[in-house]
Write a protein that binds this ligand. Structure first.
Ligand code: BGC
Length: 265
């Protein structure tokens, strides 16, 4: 595929910034500097689409674009909106972004994108079994990958434990708002990880999101028997995973016999 030479564009929609860069999918590295545009206040669909248009125009390239979204994504539609405007729920965001970018867009959940990137190029590289990535930022995202295959939209940040939802209790945003020490935060996250261990028996936990670059501060406070690693690609995992998914989808479409192709492919 020709996209490897110039890179495939990945765009990561976050609560405070929308970041994009072309990605070299051989190495999982960004090609050049990533560009960041602040997320429009309220993160309404039309305004976010305008940023996707700008990034796509500025960063160039001809191929597909991968875009992450901080909510459930199925069949190109955004189906939940825990930390963004509620008008995303049920929206055909894939089409909205494809029209904005003027190129085919593949949309996927932000944590799923980070998980795919970490499994391929980062902390999970070479791990054969079950990888569970958790991102701690404004929300808590999750990705479950087994033998390289992603089970999308696991949404384990919304799990209820001890009578409360985990996300508003243990996210990095909550840690900052409540001015919790890393030790206090670890006391909230540890029972959550132990619960996930009991439910999924992962071979590796990867801790991503904003906290991943401060692993030396929290590592000792997360007490689990499963091996645990901070994300290797840190803030870039979403961009890389989005580009990877877009390229894989394009490859699959290129190899689908025209006869068997659906109109939407
Ligand atoms: C959303 C997830 C998302 C996570 C991190 C949660 O509130 O429900 O879909 O992955 O935040 O952005």
């Amino acid at each position: 595929m020709t996209t490897t030479a110039t890179g495939v564009l990945g765009i990561d929609i976050g609560g405070s910034g929308i970041k994009g860069a072309p990605v070299d999918l051989q190495s999982g590295q960004l090609i050049g500097e990533r560009v960041r545009i602040p997320t429009p206040a309220g993160a309404k669909p039309s305004e976010v689409a305008e940023v996707v248009r700008q990034l796509s125009a500025q960063l160039g390239g001809q191929g597909p674009v991968g875009v992450t979204f901080p909510g459930v994504v199925r069949g190109g539609r955004t189906l939940s909106a825990a930390n963004v405007d509620k008008s995303w729920i049920g929206l055909d965001a894939d089409r909205l972004f494809s029209e904005a970018a003027g190129r085919p867009v593949t949309l996927l959940n932000d944590a799923d994108a980070a998980g795919l990137a970490e499994a391929r190029y980062g902390a999970g590289r070479g791990v054969q079994g079950v990888i569970m990535l958790l991102t701690f930022g404004t929300g808590i995202g999750s990705a479950l990958i087994s033998g390289g295959q992603l089970v999308p939209n696991t949404e384990l940040g919304h799990l209820e434990l001890d009578g409360r939802e985990v996300e508003p209790w243990a996210s990095a945003g909550t840690r900052e708002r409540e001015e919790l020490s890393w030790k206090q935060w670890g006391k909230r996250v540890t029972p959550y990880l132990q619960h996930l261990e009991r439910l999924f028996s992962p071979d590796l936990f990867i801790i991503g999101g904003g906290v991943s670059k401060k692993a030396d501060k929290w590592r000792e406070y997360l007490e689990v028997s499963t091996p645990l690693q901070p994300a290797g690609l840190q803030n870039e995992a979403g961009i890389v995973g989005a580009a990877l998914m877009a390229a894989e989808r394009q490859d699959a479409a290129d190899h689908t016999p025209a006869v068997g192709r659906r109109k939407s492919d």
